[in-house]
Design a protein. Structure first.
Length: 740
């Protein structure tokens, strides 16, 4: 098709010829569209020769803003993937919007820096203008902050140093970004910063020039911008935004954020903000933020001043992204292992911070660190000292190199000096004492301290704040090294994770059964039978918690959702029966606090209370989502939790409550579900699955081929090594939950 309008390209070509700029690739070619299967293919056809220069497959939607949408484009010939920004020409009818787009392309295409999103090319057709950019696979700092809630200072130093580097490069070219915020700081596959979105950027023509346009994002906008044309604004507005970004990363929310934009602007003009009490933020970080967030632009530090601030000079800046920045899953594990190797190599050369393993003697074997507290076993002393513990030769195992490397990494992350071997054993391996003892239930033992898949620590939960993800432990009981761990702090804020007495009893029984089973010698062959499995389990899930919650499918065929507000819903589409469970809330009774029972509402997808309208809409959408997007590369991927495809027979009693996910959380190697039928499921990211039943005292192991084996957790029933490793991992998760 010949384009009906070439106004933008002609305008841009004329401008670039005048300025002598050659960095941008221009296209005056027509674009033809057709479909290949379910995907649109766009051909870049030269008008003069008819030759096809490039063909792109238009993939999934990556994001959208007020004036553009961003899609994944794949070059058919090379396989190279781009982020393609599509601007509808219907929005470019006014000269002002044309000028804005022209300015964005002119400025962005002239920038070449490691920490700025790379501009590749632009072209247009009858309907859209296309800007092809570098792909940033880890989204933006906005998604990172939602997932982690707040960052520790080493993570913030790492990200802010790169941001400062990119902003300084822009300022040296007389360019003001004017819209620096978390959502415009992108992250590539290495978790490195890439500054993007130059829609509001401006280039100064002469020294001392001041811009008068009121623009920016409310929470990040500088006071002088709000004053409009009084004095104008310049580079200092970017410095202000950097201060807001640093505060947001360390605190978890912007400093001037309110529910009303007028109130936000009033707080910005008055520089009215504070640091929340109870958050561990260093004095150097606070002082730097206070230096930057000055209402008078001339009082703010320059970028060079910020780079030389003690916040950056006294904190070690990592050469690569701390693994804690990566989401739970294979990428995080790879990053963690890489950093362990690098740290170990640095320590062996005497150049690293931490243990300095090169010249120390090998560690001696250690024993089971938590003694068995069943009959005949001594109680743990209220102030335990590891050196006085009773050892058991049967359970003696050497400390693995994995744990030693993990300790070195923790030392680096927390800025701690290496302690003695005794400190290492206590901090890294000794679980915290149980917060309380349950009547008629013996306390569990931790079992042998044997490494499984690297590290056992609780890692960052999903972005949802009220989903009910289980906390690692409370601040009073966490191990010493975890008190400054941002993941532990985040998890501790999930109030819904608290267990009632019945839940605690079930988990205690599971842990005790596992402890007995794991201590037995391993069998040479896989035990168990292909018989009945414990009730119902999660077969697949998709994490929508950045917006709504967790969606999942059960082996019954039911569709379920654990919403961000702590409520749950399950839908049987065959019977058109919906069960909604309201969130547990604390009720005061004479000054005492008690857990209120959950309330259940039964309805249909057609006839329901008005208050459930949105959630009914979501549950029906989730069902269609699983059917439509299973196995496809989508924004919210569908993950197989259990590869056994056999559906469980539905219960015959129609009045029996549906099984649902009570709590869920992400670990570094697995997704964990606690179900209402007293089952505990650990879906490992390698495709295997462990399903525990406290009532049936059974464990079902599903391998990567979808083959399941069920065996009883009793003396004499010995798990194979393949199962034993995963049971040990599960045991430690259970201990963390019970210790909360």
């Amino acid at each position: 098709r010949r384009p009906s309008s070439r106004f933008l390209v002609r305008f841009l070509v004329r401008d670039y010829n005048q300025t002598g700029q050659k960095s941008v690739q221009k296209s005056t070619n027509s674009m033809t569209h057709y479909r290949h299967g379910a995907e649109a293919v766009i051909e870049d056809v030269d008008q003069k020769t008819g030759r096809i220069n490039h063909r792109y497959i238009k993939g999934r939607l990556l994001g959208k803003g007020g004036f553009a949408k961003c899609y994944e484009f794949t070059d058919v010939d090379t396989g190279r993937i781009y982020a393609a920004k599509l601007i509808d020409k219907k929005t470019l009818t006014k000269p002002k919007t044309q000028q804005k787009l022209k300015s964005e392309i002119k400025i962005h295409s002239g920038l070449r820096h490691h920490h700025i999103v790379k501009f590749e090319k632009f072209f247009e057709d009858d309907e859209n203008v296309y800007i092809l950019l570098e792909v940033c696979s880890q989204q933006t700092l906005m998604e990172l902050q939602r997932r982690k809630r707040r960052l520790n200072e080493q993570e913030a130093v790492y990200l802010m140093q790169q941001t400062l580097d990119g902003v300084k490069y822009m300022h040296d070219k007389n360019i003001i970004h004017r819209d620096l915020k978390l959502g415009n700081l992108f992250l590539d596959e290495k978790m490195e910063i890439k500054i993007g979105d130059f829609g509001l950027a401006a280039q100064l023509e002469f020294d001392g020039e001041r811009k008068l346009t009121v623009c920016g994002t409310p929470n990040y906008i500088a006071p002088e911008v709000l004053d409009g044309g009084k004095h104008g604004h310049s580079f200092e507005v970017d410095v202000w935004s950097l201060g807001v970004i640093l505060y947001t990363l360390l605190v978890g929310r912007p400093p001037f954020e309110t529910n009303d934009i007028k109130t936000t602007y009033r707080k910005i003009r008055n520089t009215s903000y504070s640091f929340p009490e109870g958050l561990e933020i260093s004095s150097t970080a606070k002082r730097l933020i206070q230096r930057i967030l000055q209402s008078n632009p001339e009082s703010r530090p320059t970028l060079s001043d910020i780079m030389s601030d003690p916040f950056f000079t006294k904190n070690e800046i990592p050469k690569c992204a701390p693994y804690t920045l990566f989401p739970a899953g294979p990428q995080r594990q790879i990053a963690q292992e890489r950093q362990m190797r690098e740290k170990e190599a640095a320590c062996s050369k005497g150049k690293g911070v931490g243990l300095g393993l090169g010249n120390r003697e090998p560690l001696k074997p250690i024993t089971n660190l938590v003694p068995d507290l069943r009959q005949g076993s001594p109680r743990i002393n209220s102030s335990p000292r590891l050196g006085t513990r009773t050892t058991s030769p049967r359970n003696t195992r050497p400390v693995s190199d994995v744990l030693m490397r993990e300790r070195a990494e923790l030392d680096n992350l927390m800025g701690r000096r290496a302690g003695s071997e005794r400190d290492f054993y206590r901090d890294q391996l000794l679980p915290p004492p149980l917060k309380r003892e349950l009547p008629n239930a013996p306390l569990p033992s931790a079992g042998p301290a044997r490494p499984v898949f690297g590290t056992f620590g609780m890692h960052n939960p999903s972005p949802a704040s009220d989903i009910g993800a289980v906390a690692a432990s409370t601040p009073s009981t966490v191990p010493k090294y975890a008190k400054n761990d941002p993941d532990a702090e985040i998890a501790a804020q999930h109030k819904d994770a608290e267990l009632d007495a019945e839940d605690q009893q079930n988990l205690t029984e599971m842990h005790q059964n596992l402890s007995v089973c794991i201590q037995q010698p391993q069998a040479a062959s896989m035990p168990g039978t292909n018989g009945a499995r414990p009730g119902v389990w999660v077969t697949e899930y998709s994490d929508f918690s950045a917006k709504y919650g967790l969606a999942y499918k059960l082996s019954y065929g039911h569709t379920g959702a654990a919403f961000n507000d702590g409520t749950k819903m399950v839908w049987d589409s065959d019977l058109n029966r919906v069960e909604y469970t309201s969130r547990n809330r604390d009720k005061g009774d004479g000054g005492r606090t008690a857990r209120a029972p959950e309330e259940r509402v039964v309805c249909t997808s057609d006839d329901y209370p008005d208050t459930l309208k949105k959630k009914i809409t979501l549950i029906t959408y989730f069902k269609s989502y699983f059917s439509k997007y299973r196995g496809k590369n989508v924004t919210y991927p569908i993950v197989v939790a259990n590869s056994n495809t056999n559906e469980t027979e539905k219960p015959k009693a129609t009045d029996a409550p549906f099984v649902y996910v009570k709590q869920w959380m992400k670990h570094s190697h697995a997704m964990v579900f606690r179900l209402s039928n007293k089952c505990f499921q650990v879906a490992f990211f390698d495709g295997t699955d462990i399903l525990l039943s406290s009532e049936a005292r059974m464990v079902t192991y599903t391998d990567q081929r979808g083959q399941s084996r069920t065996f009883a957790l009793e003396m004499g029933r010995i798990p194979h090594k393949e199962v034993a490793e995963r049971l040990e991992y599960t045991q430690k998760i259970l201990y963390q939950i019970m210790s909360k």
